[in-house]
Design a protein around this ligand. Structure first.
Ligand code: BDP
Length: 609
């Protein structure tokens, strides 16, 4: 298997309408067909259209839309098709076809011409389709999507083939991660335009010294054009104007961005020719804020901040992993209501629209790559882990893919004030010495691209004294399930184990710690006194007991419950119609534990909490 990396000339700027740019969402109902024998290309579906389609919504996972088990559990190629006119006035512009994300592999044709491919299920990709679109005829867009995982990509997985008793070959997916392998066109599809001379990229940085804010801007654009920045307050009043591709703007008496005051400035960026004529225009929201790790604390705008919140998933009833503004906003209001100030994009980059709202509503986001499952066992990972780094299971291809994902994640998300740190991976086999070199290169790449703190999230089997990666990062993420996966049901023993584990981490590393996961499966409506596992009472007691332990450790600078809501997983003996560790049900109604969190998170605990 070759490498899955594509560093094209694409830009990762989110498509926006301005007087110089247009966009047309292609979301809606597309044609759809399974292709179990992989005959679509041979039968020329890209140019002739897919022959026996059903209807399928975009964006959405395709798995749960119909009642067909064959579609839900399908492994292999599926095809999507839509058609659209392109407005005449677009014909002098660059016309770009952009997908927010397609899981996991996509090949795209426009009017029969192959235009691009992607092998990253959680990041955007696009193609300049200017030469391939017709002015007067409908344009056919065909996408082949494949949901197979390999160990050359993230998340990794294997397709296992077995011959059944009746001689059929049965292919199943073997995966390490604990969420359903939803697939399809998961995020919005846009056709958009840019002028021929256009802004390629923008890198906005901010700093804050307690009074003055500093905004730095760096724009990549053609040498023949001039860049011009115009900064406005949230009322649209101009605060500063600057010329030059690289700029620095000082904002006296700046309004600092924070979860309590998510104040956003607006930065308009223009490209002009020698005569001052505007060639291109793009804009961004800018939150002035400073995030740093110092003295074993996490500081926001110079003061300690305590993260309260959730590990989430992009997961909802029927839509699966398809981006849905309705669910997303409900989630954000529920999180605010619970007193949360943060969340982690477990276990992959989320839709750009999620981060745009996090900027506006004020959430601190731990932005994670799709590196989940870099270990030998699925969930729950117990007992002895087999090596994956030292025996070549993790190949140089996978590492290149990981580096590429990280780079593109940073390029996509670096301008969001809500993003406060990068999480390199979740629960990898970091007790192997070989992991050190692998992670050193990841850390080096991040340091080159951005100055935000770096986190890595640890499995509770990782021993602090034997972890080869934690020393490389700025802040340590810990996933802890003592009293659940170990000493099940015994919270006294569980909390004692937790205390001991945290003591060991605090002793071995002079870094702040965020509890990135803690939680228990809970059936809504199941009540038991005395509490037993899976009851609502048990979830409440688990949280309360864990919180008491967290409060003993000044180095613990955050707690994010696993999970915000119940979510779908593959079928398994340890899962009842999915993972039930949600504080909310899958349809976003509270379990009793929401009130436990609300009570704690809405009252001040200690500085920054
Ligand atoms: C952790 C994983 C997470 C799982 C969780 C669980 O990081 O993806 O869903 O455990 O078992 O190991 O609920």
């Amino acid at each position: 298997m070759g490498t899955f990396i594509f560093k094209g000339a694409e830009t990762l700027l989110y498509p926006r309408m301005t007087e110089k740019r247009q966009k047309k969402p292609l979301d809606g109902v597309w044609k759809f067909q399974l292709d179990p024998s992989g005959k679509g290309v041979g039968e020329r579906w890209p140019s002739q259209g897919i022959p026996s389609p059903i209807h399928m919504p975009v964006p959405s996972s395709y798995n749960d839309i119909t009642t067909s088990e064959a579609i839900r559990d399908f492994l292999g190629d599926v095809w999507y098709e839509t058609s659209t006119y392109v407005p005449s006035e677009w014909m002098t512009e660059r016309i770009i076809l952009r997908f927010g994300a397609v899981a996991h592999h996509a090949k795209v044709w426009v009017n029969g011409h192959f235009v691009t491919e992607s092998h990253n299920g959680f990041l955007p990709f696009e193609a300049d389709v200017t030469p391939f679109v017709n002015e007067e005829k409908m344009n056919r867009i065909v996408v082949k999507v494949n949901n197979e995982l390999t160990w050359d990509m993230l998340p990794p997985g294997d397709v296992i083939e077995k011959v059944t008793e009746d001689g059929e070959i049965k292919r199943t997916l073997h995966q390490q991660h604990d969420f359903f392998n939803y697939a399809g066109i998961h995020r919005s599809v846009f056709l958009y335009t840019t002028p021929q001379t256009f802004i390629h990229s923008l890198n906005i940085g901010t700093d804050f010294n307690g009074e003055t804010g500093i905004i730095t801007g760096e724009s990549e654009s053609p040498p023949s054009a001039f860049v011009y920045y115009s900064l406005k307050d949230d009322q649209g009043e101009i605060i500063a104007e600057r010329h030059g591709a690289t700029t620095e703007i000082q904002v006296p008496e700046a309004e600092a961005w924070s979860p309590d005051n998510p104040y956003l400035y607006k930065l308009d960026v223009y490209l002009k020719d020698g005569e001052g004529t505007i060639l291109d225009h793009y804009y961004l929201n800018v939150g002035i804020r400073k995030i740093e790790v110092k003295d074993e604390q996490l500081l926001l705008n110079g003061s300690p901040i305590y993260l309260k919140g959730f590990g989430k998933h992009e997961d909802a009833v029927i839509r699966g992993k398809g981006y849905d503004p309705v669910t997303n906003l409900r989630d954000m209001y529920l999180m605010k209501e619970t007193g949360a100030n943060s969340f982690r994009t477990a276990h992959y980059p989320y839709a750009e629209e999620v981060l745009q709202l996090a900027d506006q509503l004020g959430f601190l986001v731990i932005d994670e790559t799709s590196a989940v499952g870099l270990l030998s066992q699925g969930v729950p990972a117990t007992g002895n882990l087999e090596p994956v780094f030292s025996n070549g299971k993790i190949s140089s291809h996978l590492k290149e893919y990981h580096l590429d994902t990280l780079q593109r994640l940073i390029e996509r998300d670096r301008n969001h004030p809500s993003v406060i740190m990068w999480s390199l991976s979740n629960e990898a086999s970091t007790m192997e010495p070989e992991a050190e070199v692998y992670y050193k290169d990841l850390v080096e790449l991040v340091r080159k691209l951005d100055d935000r703190p770096i986190m890595n999230v640890n499995l509770m089997l990782i021993e602090p004294e034997k972890c080869f990666v934690s020393k490389l990062v700025d802040i340590i993420g810990l996933n802890v399930y003592f009293g659940w996966y170990s000493t099940p049901g015994d919270l006294k023993a569980g909390t004692a184990e937790l205390r001991n584990y945290l003591e060991r981490w605090a002793k071995t590393h002079d870094k702040p710690i965020v509890i990135t996961e803690y939680g228990v499966d809970t059936m809504p409506g199941l009540h038991k006194v005395p509490a037993v596992m899976f009851s609502e009472e048990f979830q409440v007691q688990f949280l309360e007991k864990y919180h008491n332990v967290f409060d003993e450790f000044p180095k613990v600078v955050g707690e994010q419950v696993w999970n915000f809501a119940d979510f779908m997983t593959k079928q398994d003996t340890v899962r009842v119609d999915g993972n039930k560790k949600g504080i909310f049900t899958r349809d976003r109604q509270p379990k009793m534990a929401q009130y436990t969190l609300q009570k704690r998170w809405k009252s001040p605990l200690r500085e920054g909490k």
